[in-house]
Design a protein around this ligand. Structure first.
Ligand SMILES: Cc1cc2nc3c(=O)[nH]c(=O)nc-3n(C[C@H](O)[C@H](O)[C@H](O)COP(=O)(O)O)c2cc1C
Length: 273
């Protein structure tokens, strides 16, 4: 039997940094700036102390949701996930880039939103933050969830904002041309719905400083994975898309791209026949 051809390992690190690493590499600066160390931890955690001292601040942070009272809310139906073993869901999740033309049901959309960032435990006196399906540093919940509806029973196409505290969605914008928002236009074109995870950075930054940026991105990963696993459990196809034009998506949602910004898209739809 002949030996399999040996493929040499490429030094990927060198292709990123070259022979002479750039000291001003923005990614490294960000990582360095957001490190915690024993000598600076007190200074870095001033926000923790501020929060302990202020009841109004604690009450405000317990209501982490973007809300425009001028917009009409559509109540979501009860959302159930089928009792599928987690081991099967983890094994069978696979990214899908082409979907069937059939629409999602409103119940399926509700289940995806609830799985992503829904409230799972509420304080009866409304003093403590409502806890969600995804973990969050300090339970500050710096994320928001929008959904671009393309084919969902009972909903007009368009972009909706999800309010986890009220279990409602509100129409906020007309849908955009897929090619205008992403180089993966054909995936978006084919999806029945595209969930858009966005960050309200200051919700976490006031407490955790620069480390909050790490936390917020990590939390987006937790919420996105929840959506992917829920989609798989529902028998739907899904994919995370990091490839999108940030400025265009922010513009669509009315975000300034600094204090609030889009982070990642999750496309969902029925698998092709
Ligand atoms: C943060 C992130 C961003 C991604 N962005 C894209 C993307 O822009 N386009 C794409 O086709 N796939 C994208 N993917 C999907 C990956 O290509 C996919 O997860 C990978 O090939 C592994 O396949 P699997 O998801 O089926 O396990 C992304 C995945 C992650 C986690």
């Amino acid at each position: 039997m002949s030996e399999p051809e040996r493929i040499p390992t490429v030094n990927v690190a060198a292709s990123v940094y070259g022979d002479d690493p750039d000291e001003a590499d923005p990614a490294e600066l960000l990582h360095e700036a957001s490190k915690l160390s024993p000598s600076t931890v007190v200074r870095q955690m001033r926000g923790v102390w501020k929060l302990e001292q202020s009841a109004p601040l604690r009450a405000s942070t317990a209501r982490a949701v973007r809300r425009n009272r001028a917009l009409v809310g559509n109540a979501l139906p009860p959302a159930e996930l089928p009792p599928v073993p987690l081991a099967d869901v983890l094994r069978s999740r696979r990214s899908m880039r082409r979907f069937a033309e059939s629409p999602l049901t409103l119940e399926q959309l509700a289940a995806l939103l609830e799985a992503g960032y829904g409230v799972t435990e509420q304080d009866e006196r409304d003093v403590l933050p409502a806890l969600r399906s995804a973990p969050s540093a300090g339970a500050l919940y710096p994320l928001e969830l929008f959904v671009a509806v393309r084919r969902v029973d009972g909903l007009d196409p368009g972009v909706y904002h999800y309010d986890p505290l009220r279990r409602e969605i509100r129409h906020v914008a007309d849908a955009a041309e897929p090619a205008a928002v992403s180089p993966h236009a054909e995936v978006i074109e084919s999806a029945a719905a595209v969930l858009i995870l966005t960050a309200v950075f200051w919700r976490s930054r006031f407490k955790y400083g620069l480390r909050a940026y790490r936390f917020t991105l990590l939390e987006a990963g937790h919420a996105a994975q929840n959506v992917l696993l829920a989609a798989t459990a529902l028998g739907l196809g899904s994919i995370v898309l990091g490839g999108f034009y940030d400025g265009r998506v922010d513009g669509l949602l009315g975000l300034d791209g600094v204090n609030e910004s889009s982070l990642v898209l999750v496309c969902v739809g029925e698998p092709p026949e």
